[in-house]
Design a protein around this ligand. Structure first.
Ligand SMILES: CC(C)(COP(=O)(O)OP(=O)(O)OC[C@H]1O[C@@H](n2cnc3c(N)ncnc32)[C@H](O)[C@@H]1OP(=O)(O)O)[C@@H](O)C(=O)NCCC(=O)NCCS
Length: 156
């Protein structure tokens, strides 16, 4: 058994492992977590890649990307609450860039809720704001937030 952080590409058999983080990782307020059938549906599409992070052989987080021609989109990124602020998301993001380049993407983009601290991570990784959808997210707590589109060019 290997310790430390391990990131690998996952297959259909690993969707259950991703769901461990999905269930724990997203705040219930905004209904951002996908169900297993939603994840299975997305994963069955061409160009969709799952990256799984394990810390000390335990599920720690995942990223899901979709690549179409030269455009990659980060669909989901999450780390289990007990594993946060250890650089796991940053490592997953580095792996996302690598996977997207391998698939010949030249740009990566994603959408993030305004106010989500994930934006700090994304901007430190070179993603910049390219668009904003006003009042796109409405939480079950009554809060309203813009959706911000971030993008960066990928080095090949
Ligand atoms: C956002 C998320 C993926 C970050 O995961 P993580 O493994 O804790 O992130 P990292 O440890 O790699 O953080 C890297 C840097 O990002 C920034 N960052 C991450 N989380 C932050 C937070 N809660 N507040 C402020 N900055 C934060 C920091 O600059 C951090 O570096 P530092 O710890 O040296 O200060 C995690 O909090 C999560 O799963 N959130 C819920 C799901 C979600 O919102 N995903 C993004 C959807 S677009």
């Amino acid at each position: 058994m290997s310790g430390g952080l391990l990131i690998r590409e996952g297959g259909t058999a690993d969707l259950g492992e991703a769901m461990v983080t999905m269930v724990e990782g997203f705040p219930a307020t905004f209904g951002e977590a996908w169900t297993l059938p939603q994840l299975e549906g997305a994963f069955s599409l061409p160009g969709v890649t799952l990256l799984l992070a394990r810390m000390d052989d335990q599920p720690a987080g995942f990223a899901l990307i979709r690549t179409v021609l030269d455009e990659a989109e980060l669909l989901l990124l999450a780390v289990r609450p007990g594993q946060r602020r250890r650089g796991i998301a940053r490592s997953l993001l580095t792996a996302v860039f690598g996977a997207a380049v391998t698939l010949k993407a030249t740009h990566l983009h994603l959408e993030v809720r305004d106010g989500n601290p994930a934006r700090i991570l994304y901007e430190s990784a070179g993603l910049g704001e390219v668009g904003r959808r006003r009042a796109y997210y409405r939480g079950n707590d009554g809060s309203v937030h813009d959706a911000i589109t971030l993008s960066r060019r990928l080095d090949s």
